[in-house]
Design a protein around this ligand. Structure first.
Ligand code: ADP
Ligand code: GLC
Length: 485
């Protein structure tokens, strides 16, 4: 079959730029599509931190000091190219120091709309200069959500995009990219008010995400359950009406995992590799992790791990009540890695101070430690309030670290509740978003841990699951083919 021309536009692509699963998902899907023979080109901003990664970035001769007009302002950028690691996929890093001069991916400054508006316009400008007509314009989250509208407006005159079909993937409805009405003119959209969502125009505001949902030819989100949840008032963040109206064009596809990076058999971060047939390496990883965090515990004492952005979405609110009670009552160790809102960081600092030798917290972002926790912990905790897909529970399944999760979004689709009677299931699932729900699930998990045979069954079933991108990416390819046909 003829390769499809697929243009991917995103704010995060791992390993160049990542704050969470978005970067992993964009990279993993692109790698899969490239390996399947498609012509995939990835566009993201060149954040200053990328220079320090010591990659070979090659300047693109015909994309040097390119002017783009956005609203009444001209900005100039140059593009650098490199390969997405472990693939033949070309990555284009858009270098515009006047907009991207700080390390933070999300700067929340007065020009945030302009930074990401620029991303869309610069990506389309690159396609023009390459004389490359993307058949699929695949954009991710609010940061790239204006691209389909720009393709229709600012670039509408160019026949290059006449056959381009657009796909918006919703990784998280919690962030809309919502700005004041003055940004409409600043982004050159004041001549196209009729195309903007009427409720936004009336309220004198611009929502990147709402525009994307309105204008993309196809919408996808990162699990089937989340695709349903976002069409309800509870999960739709005010966009559920629009999403219901577009239900026929909305598809849920569970994310994949890059097992090249996340598999205990060959994870380069782990001194002790292991697999389902021989878990001796996992026992060594547990000892190594405990030693690293300065805690003592025997094999029979369970270690509960957590790696998370510490934000409301992740259900940390439940931990305020649930974790002190459990730590006081039961014998287990808690190892937490994450950063985010101060009140949540303070909670874990407090737990560490109150339960020395039982609870440990590392505040920050630490890639190797994330791998150590997945491998060295016995249980992985993810009590999310909502979770579009979630990658950490998929990693933990592969690492023989049964997840304790709330039944929501992708967690509901990927973790099967453990049943003692039937000898089935891969983790522990609670439904009610209450501290009692979390206590019940963790209690159940800790009690089950005391039964080694049942536990090994749980581990083996989880480790045998295949959420590879080779599998999970296939529906994307079929959708793209159907759309381009
Ligand atoms: P989200 O994208 O909502 O944060 P996911 O579970 O999809 O949730 O993805 C989170 C990703 O970010 C995982 O790869 C996880 O290992 C990583 N991650 C989150 N916090 C940290 C941290 N503090 N240090 C290292 N990696 C982290
Ligand atoms: C978002 C979601 C997370 C999902 C990730 C990748 O960050 O919060 O659930 O796994 O995107 O799609």
């Amino acid at each position: 079959m003829r390769p499809l021309a697929i243009c991917e536009v995103a704010a995060e692509v791992a390993p160049f730029a990542k704050t969470g699963g978005l970067g992993d998902a964009v990279a993993g899907l692109s790698r899969m599509l490239g390996a399947a023979g498609q012509d995939v080109r990835l566009f993201l901003p060149l954040y200053p931190a990328i220079w320090r990664q010591e990659r070979e970035l090659v300047p693109v001769e015909f994309l040097r000091d390119v002017p783009v007009w956005l609203g009444r302002r001209e900005v100039r950028f140059s593009a650098f190219t490199t390969k997405l690691p472990a693939s033949e996929v070309d990555v284009y890093l858009l270098h515009c120091p006047s907009l991207f001069h700080q390390d933070a991916i999300y700067a929340s400054g007065w020009d945030e709309h302009y930074r990401f508006g620029f991303l869309s316009v610069a990506a389309l400008t690159c396609c023009q200069r390459m004389g490359w007509a993307p058949e699929i314009l695949h954009v991710h989250d609010w940061h790239a959500a204006l691209t389909p509208l720009f393709a229709r407006t600012l670039f509408g005159w160019d026949r290059l995009f006449a056959a381009t079909r657009s796909v918006l993937t919703l990784h998280n409805l919690g962030h809309h990219g919502l700005f004041g009405g003055h940004t409409i003119g600043e982004l050159g959209l004041d001549g196209h008010l009729a195309l903007l969502p009427p409720e936004d125009v009336a309220a004198d505001r611009l929502s990147f995400l709402r525009n994307g949902i309105l204008h993309a030819d196809l919408l996808t989100t990162v699990s089937e359950t989340y695709a349903r949840e976002i069409q309800t008032p509870d999960g739709g963040f005010g966009l559920d009406d629009l999403l219901r109206a577009r239900a026929a064009s909305l598809v849920g596809i569970v994310n994949g995992v890059d097992y090249g990076d996340w598999d205990p058999r060959h994870d380069p971060h782990l001194p002790h590799p292991y697999d389902a047939a021989d878990l001796a390496g996992k026992r060594r990883m547990k000892r190594a992790l405990l030693e690293r965090v300065g805690m003592e515990a025997g094999e029979e004492t369970p270690v509960v791990g957590m790696v998370s952005r510490l934000v409301e979405q992740k259900g940390i609110d439940l931990c305020f009540e649930a974790l002190p009670e459990l730590l006081a009552r039961r014998d287990f160790r808690l190892v937490v890695l994450g950063s985010g809102e101060e009140r949540y960081e303070a909670l874990f600092h407090r737990l560490q101070a109150t339960f020395p030798g039982k609870a440990w917290f590392y505040r920050g972002y630490h890639e190797p430690l994330a791998h150590w926790i997945e491998a060295g912990a016995d249980l992985f905790l993810m009590p999310s309030r909502y979770e579009p897909c979630g990658l950490n529970q998929l990693y933990s399944l592969r690492y023989g670290t049964p997840p304790v999760v709330r039944r929501t979004g992708g967690l509901a689709d990927t973790v099967e509740p453990y049943s003692w009677e039937r000898g089935t299931g891969t983790g522990f699932v609670f439904s009610d978003y209450t501290p009692a729900g979390l206590v019940w699930a963790l209690d159940h998990a800790l009690t089950t841990f005391a039964h080694p045979e049942a536990w090994r069954g749980l581990q083996r079933r989880g480790m045998a699951l295949d959420f590879s991108w080779e599998r999970q990416g296939r529906p994307y390819l079929e959708l793209f083919r159907g759309l381009a046909a």
